[in-house]
Design a protein around this ligand. Structure first.
Ligand code: M6R
Length: 363
């Protein structure tokens, strides 16, 4: 059942602190270190990592690229499965290919996996369904442990994918010796605090619901983010399109002035995900470019960020302070809740949006 919630999506959003605790428990059983299956490659022996997926799972890969590059120094290629598989990409030696899928049955992702089998040294997967084709056909399958996800819009599976990817990046970083132990320990400690932070973010639901009633009137909505918040902007736009049918696009904040800023006018809300991090000031100047053109900015940031940049914006949503490393996981919550409450305000079918299926088994 829906556990007292109006929709499966609402239930699945609310479950995130608890399922992410399960993920952390599973992958850090021994307490102080990360436990990964022994069958995983030694990442010190890998020269290239390829991450392939579709939709929301692809945005998890796009986020993970930032983590792997920074923490492990490994070159990381990411692609959507339907492009990757038809491009005949060269796969050199010492390559690990990782496929991310909630269902484990997505036809394009499975075909991309089969393309890499026999070419890449290691075929890895991160799936929510342990018995799925993608999990079975990979040499190592890391479970996301999100539990059954029924809402067509992926929510808890996404944040669980991100958490597994973050843990895997830390594990690979230790093997490669690319990052000092103190930093790795700091990141692992931060991960342990994630369920508590997710609860705080969920506590902003009433404010998000209020602003969503106004977003429901919009015809177009833009999402902006920089660095690892860019894929979260893309995810926010995808989620909103899927369930509210409002046209939405995500852009890298810095790319706005290269074209999309032409779309900005008082009727287009611009949602900015901007935790205080080393890129904060840059994002704020992009936000000011929007405000100078009478754009309606909804700023999602922490108390410090809202103090500095909140004045002049149309609306704000306050997130707890979080380390830049974990910000993308935390800011997925307002992205999901904004889409959910906008769709509820519009009265669309949140759990079964038109034209969409939970598992896309056709190419
Ligand atoms: O089962 P998968 O994770 O392989 O599915 C991939 C996409 O079809 C999926 O994430 C889709 O984009 C969702 N409806 C997003 O909410």
């Amino acid at each position: 059942g829906k556990g007292g919630h109006r929709h499966f999506m609402a239930k699945e959003i609310a479950e995130q602190p608890s399922v992410i605790s399960d993920v952390l428990g599973h992958y850090t059983k021994t307490g102080t270190r990360i436990d990964m299956p022994a069958e995983l490659p030694d990442f010190a022996q890998i020269d290239r990592l390829i991450l392939v997926a579709c939709g929301t799972a692809f945005y998890a890969c796009q986020t993970a690229k930032y983590w792997f590059e920074q923490l492990t120094g490994l070159p990381v290629d990411i692609d959507i499965a339907s492009e990757f598989r038809y491009r005949s990409p060269p796969i050199g030696p010492r390559t690990a290919a990782l496929f991310v899928s909630q269902s484990g049955e997505t036809a394009d992702t499975l075909a991309a996996l089969r393309y890499c089998a026999g070419k890449a040294d290691h075929i890895l997967s991160i799936c929510n369904v342990p018995q799925s084709s993608i999990a079975r056909e990979s040499t190592v399958a890391l479970p996301t442990l999100a539990g059954v996800e029924i809402g067509v819009a992926s929510t808890k599976a996404f944040t669980c994918q991100l958490t597994v990817l973050a843990l895997l990046a830390l594990h690979a970083a230790r093997q490669r010796g690319h990052c000092d132990d103190a930093t790795l320990a700091e990141h692992l400690t931060a991960l342990r605090g994630l369920p508590g932070l997710l609860n705080l973010a969920l506590g902003q639901e009433a404010e998000i619901e209020t602003v969503s009633r106004e977003l429901a009137e919009a015809r177009d909505i833009l999402f902006l983010g920089r660095g690892a918040m860019y894929p979260i902007a893309l995810e926010g736009a995808l989620k909103l399109k899927e369930i509210s049918y409002i046209h939405a696009e995500g852009y890298a904040s810095g790319e706005l002035k290269h074209g999309p800023i032409a779309l900005v006018d008082p009727a287009v809300p611009v949602i900015v995900f901007a935790p205080t991090d080393p890129l904060f000031d840059k994002t704020v100047s992009n936000m000011q470019e929007v405000m100078a053109r009478q754009g309606k900015v909804l700023l999602v940031s922490d108390a410090t960020g809202l103090d500095t940049a909140g004045p002049g914006s149309w609306a704000t949503i306050q997130m707890p302070h979080v380390s830049p490393f974990l910000a993308p996981i935390l800011y997925a919550i307002p992205a999901q809740l904004l889409a959910y409450h906008t769709a509820v305000a519009k009265g669309t079918d949140v759990d079964q949006p038109r034209n969409l299926a939970k598992s896309v088994t056709v190419e």
